[in-house]
Design a protein around this ligand. Structure first.
Ligand SMILES: [Mg+2]
Length: 244
């Protein structure tokens, strides 16, 4: 195995605890909207997460504006409960959710300890799909990770978002290493794992939601960053993917 020189991390739901932030946002909505009030928070969070997965591509290729897509997610969340909300109200719903979401400034458990250890021997970078560097930097700062990462590559500034090559090539250039000297850690099988593996970066799939792995030969799986020794072992000893 080639010496590991860089560890690349996805941000949302890998370093930044998007799930916790989202549950806080949804709890704020439950307090105001009877249609959601009786639903278990975890169920709502799972539904919204699935809506984000299915609508994210439309945002990245700018078929719809970010605002339109965010409103559409909440419109659908209400619509499946038989409540139609007009565009103007969807915007207010999103704003209420967003305010509580942004107040949540937590990393996924175990992240600071893991990054501290990894930086003893490797460069640590963040590779994230988002239309705003400002927003992603804000999250990194808010959860206290700005001193623990060496660089952030945001898709808005590169030729291609994940899972395309462009964003990974930009990250390797920032890290000053080759693909076989890096590992990518992320929660999205398609964006993080497949994107990395296609250009020869080994991958660790952060499968916090206990999803079914479609091909275990492509990535090492990790369900938690705790305990630290186990997580560190998986990241440092992940095997090189076979050529695809
Ligand atoms: Mg993610």
């Amino acid at each position: 195995m080639d010496k590991l020189r860089a560890v690349l991390f996805d941000l949302d739901d890998t370093l930044f605890d998007w799930r916790l932030a989202s549950m806080r946002g949804l709890a704020a909505l439950q307090a105001e909207h009877p249609a959601l009030a009786r639903e278990p928070l975890k169920k709502l969070e799972q539904e919204l997460w699935e809506l984000v997965q299915t609508t994210h591509a439309g945002m990245m290729d700018r078929r719809m504006s970010a605002a339109e897509i965010r409103q559409e997610r909440f419109r659908r969340l209400f619509a499946v409960r038989g409540v139609e909300i007009p565009a103007g109200q969807a915007e207010l719903v999103h704003d209420l959710y967003r305010e509580a979401f942004l107040e949540s400034q937590c990393t996924v458990p175990g992240v600071p300890e893991l990054l501290r250890e990894l930086r003893e021997s490797a460069t640590v970078g963040v590779v994230t799909n988002n239309l705003s560097r400002r927003e992603q930097e804000m999250k990194v700062r808010a959860c206290g990770l700005d001193g623990l990462v060496d660089f952030i590559v945001v898709s808005e500034e590169v030729s291609e978002p994940k899972p395309g090559r462009g964003i990974f090539e930009a990250a390797l250039a920032r890290a000053g290493c080759r693909a076989n000297e890096a590992v990518m850690v992320g929660d999205s099988w398609e964006m993080d794992v497949m994107g990395a593996v296609r250009i020869g970066i080994r991958a660790v799939w952060f499968n916090r939601r206990d999803l079914l792995c479609t091909d275990p030969s492509l990535a090492t799986e990790l369900r938690s960053f705790e305990p630290l020794d186990t997580a560190l072992g998986v990241v440092l000893r992940s095997t090189s993917p076979t050529a695809h």
